[in-house]
Write a protein that binds this ligand. Structure first.
Ligand SMILES: [Ca+2]
Ligand SMILES: [Ca+2]
Ligand SMILES: [Ca+2]
Length: 323
């Protein structure tokens, strides 16, 4: 059987259907998967699309997850940014595609792109030498507040995941630090954001209802907003009592000690002091923190007002969401 066709038969394997003039399928078969090495092993692991220093600091990080060196010649970005890749990547090695290599001294550069990564999100397409898609996916600004607004990068969680999951928000996270981790493995302790954090605690319909899952809602009616639960890293369905914070007195210094969720760039947590319960302008300073394995830390905030002054003082924790 012969005939003309348009499009390209995917090397990843797909179902090809032969239909007759009435549109009825008369035959179909699954084409064999003959993925190129780059389709199998080349992966985008990090995207920094909104650096605080400006677009010249944007980067896309790639890695070779395969067992052998990977030749990058002929591989290109065709959507989002345009770039020809060069050189090769050893197994496990990272390479960067950047707009200005002088901002990445000492790091391996495998491509220079023209254009810029859109801060509003866009489609990125990486094609192999045969024109086959290695990865093609959309990222979106609204996925993570701190990536769009506070200089964090979009960090891939699992580079061994199936290629089809790259345009799923849940495959990504906010980088551990501002500026991300160009050229090295993404640190596993990602930064949190309220929208991602609540996903584990509410059903799909609850997530659509701001009166249940919104930051100012109090899902379990314990008097603490969901945002407060997020700040302390406590399930919004678990009752928070006022006793989660301890007052510690050492000599003349009064401190408040409590556990909180680490790495919350979308949150502004302060401990305020008042001597009259009206003026809360004073701030306690963070004097100690101890990291725990579960992504929480015990923090100690100390009042600058010495107990020897004899006045009463009140401490309160204030949590606000950064826009
Ligand atoms: Ca940008
Ligand atoms: Ca990285
Ligand atoms: Ca609550």
């Amino acid at each position: 059987m012969e005939g003309n066709y348009s499009g390209q038969v995917s090397a990843r394997g797909e179902i090809i259907k032969l239909t007759n003039s009435k549109g009825i399928v008369v035959d179909q078969r699954l084409t064999p998967s003959e993925e190129s090495d780059s389709q199998k092993y080349l992966r985008i692991t990090e995207i920094h699309f909104a650096p605080l220093e400006g677009k010249e600091f944007e980067f896309i990080e790639l890695t070779n997850i395969g067992p052998d060196p990977l030749d990058l010649s002929g591989i290109r970005f065709t959507d989002g940014v345009e770039a020809e890749l060069t050189g090769s990547l050893a197994p496990g090695e990272f390479g960067l595609v950047v707009s200005n290599p002088s901002h990445f001294p000492g790091l391996k550069i495998v491509g220079i792109f023209s254009g810029a990564l859109n801060n509003g999100g866009e489609q990125l397409t990486l094609r192999d030498a045969a024109g086959e898609n290695v990865l093609s996916f959309d990222y979106a600004e609204e996925w993570f507040t701190a990536v769009g607004n506070f200089g964090y990068s979009l960090a891939l969680r699992d580079k061994a995941a199936d290629w089809s999951t790259w345009d799923d928000r849940l495959s990504w996270a906010t980088s551990s630090e501002v500026g991300g981790s160009p050229g090295v493995d993404n640190p596993v302790l990602y930064s949190n954001d309220y929208e991602s954090w609540i996903q584990s605690f509410f059903t799909e319909s609850e997530l659509e209802d701001p009166f249940v899952s919104g930051p100012m809602a109090d899902a379990n009616g314990d008097g603490f907003s969901n945002l407060m639960h997020y700040a302390f890293g406590i399930d919004p369905e678990i009752l928070l009592s006022g006793s989660f914070a301890n007052v510690v007195i050492k000599g003349e210094v009064i401190s408040l000690q409590f556990d909180r969720l680490m790495k919350t760039p979308d949150l502004n947590l302060t401990v305020q002091i008042s001597t009259d319960l009206e003026d809360w302008s004073s701030l306690a300073t963070l004097t100690d923190s101890e990291t725990h394995v579960n992504g929480r830390e015990t923090v100690t905030y100390s009042s600058p007002i010495s107990l020897s002054l004899g006045s009463q003082q009140y401490l309160r924790i204030r949590v606000a969401r950064n826009p």
